[in-house]
Design a protein around this ligand. Structure first.
Ligand SMILES: [Zn+2]
Length: 334
């Protein structure tokens, strides 16, 4: 475990004995089930009960394959439950997309919002803003968007990634890992809820409004499950853990915007309503950085699809800006 204290040189996490898959996120796969099982202190018992009741297959179906997320126009390799096998299915390319999406939003937030704010408050440059980091974050986002429609191997020499990186550049990669694993945990909790509560109810008579209710319930149960692990203590470790969980959930929702120019769902509630519900259900403080993360994500989505939202320069808070942009999503100019 010498890499933990490594300050210089290359860190390479890949170990063919424990890591399956071909994409750089493979070095985190084994953590995903571990973290899911430990969602909160009593979760493992619930998980075992659902397995014993044959509602859930104990094996996660992690699909490998160097292929894009999009299969065809209405079919994507996004997380789902298989109603026959009762397995939760995740595809490695989707996980790569999610990691890249989290990385690019997070780095853009730190370099263009957080550091300038810290410098302004200090009256001098205490955090050096790196154009190179901002540029790399853009390239990682371009790669994420590319994976939706086509597959290209992740260039580990050029692009930040969780497998091989320089110790001097470790912070953004390792902080991304923290949010990414919480975002995946949220997705697994959401799919778990479908298997536990919904799959057996689905038949020919299931209407769109039933599906909408199932989706809302899966989001809410998943958020509540993850909230159970949060301690509101002021101890620095507890605070860091809480921020990772809360912001990880928000990253999970924001990343879904990049699949489409519109937010409307047929069987899912509108994306902006799902995101707002998550932000509100987490009872975040008005100055919680997840509001800023949500705004940066929506700004990147605005740029991706040319929505031309009006981003006011002098904002009171990112929470205010968030609701202002949501209004614009709901009332488009054209
Ligand atoms: Zn769902």
């Amino acid at each position: 475990m010498s890499w933990i204290f490594q300050e210089f040189g290359e860190i390479n996490h890949y170990n063919p004995k424990i890591h399956q898959g071909t994409q750089p996120v493979r070095v985190i796969h084994h953590m995903l089930t571990y973290m899911f099982i430990n969602t909160h202190k009593n979760f493992f018992a619930d998980l075992q009960k659902q397995i014993a009741d044959k509602k859930l297959n104990s094996e996660l179906n992690l699909a490998f394959g160097e292929e894009p997320i999009k299969v065809h126009n209405n079919k994507y390799r996004t997380p789902r439950v298989n109603h026959e096998t009762k397995q939760i299915e995740l595809h490695e390319t989707f996980l790569s997309f999610l990691w890249c999406s989290v990385y690019s939003i997070y780095v853009r937030y730190i370099e263009t919002i957080d550091y300038p704010r810290v410098n302004k408050e200090s009256g001098k440059v205490v955090k050096v803003i790196s154009q190179e980091n901002i540029e790399k974050a853009k390239e990682v986002f371009d790669y994420a968007k590319y994976l939706i429609v086509d597959f290209l191997p992740w260039d580990k020499a050029k692009l930040p990634n969780p497998e091989i990186y320089r110790a001097e550049k470790r912070d953004y990669v390792e902080q991304t890992n923290l949010f990414y694993t919480e975002a995946v945990k949220f997705i697994l909790c959401h799919e778990f809820t479908h298997l536990k509560k919904h799959v057996e109810q689905i038949n020919e008579e299931t209407t769109e409004s039933h599906y909408l209710n199932f989706e809302a319930e899966a989001d809410n149960d998943a958020i509540d499950m993850m909230k159970k692990a949060i301690s509101y203590s002021e101890h620095p470790l507890a605070v860091a853990h809480r921020l990772a969980i809360e912001t990880g959930i928000v990253f999970g929702f924001v990343s879904m915007f990049f699949f489409s120019s519109t937010t409307e769902g047929v069987r899912h509630p509108n994306m902006e309503d799902r995101l707002t519900n998550a932000l509100e259900r987490l009872n975040l403080a008005d100055d919680h950085f997840a509001w800023g993360i949500a705004c940066v994500g929506l700004q990147m989505w605005d740029e991706q699809f040319g929505h031309n939202f009006i981003w006011t320069e002098k904002i009171i808070s990112y929470k205010e800006q968030y609701y202002d942009i949501i209004q614009q999503i709901k009332n488009p100019k054209n």
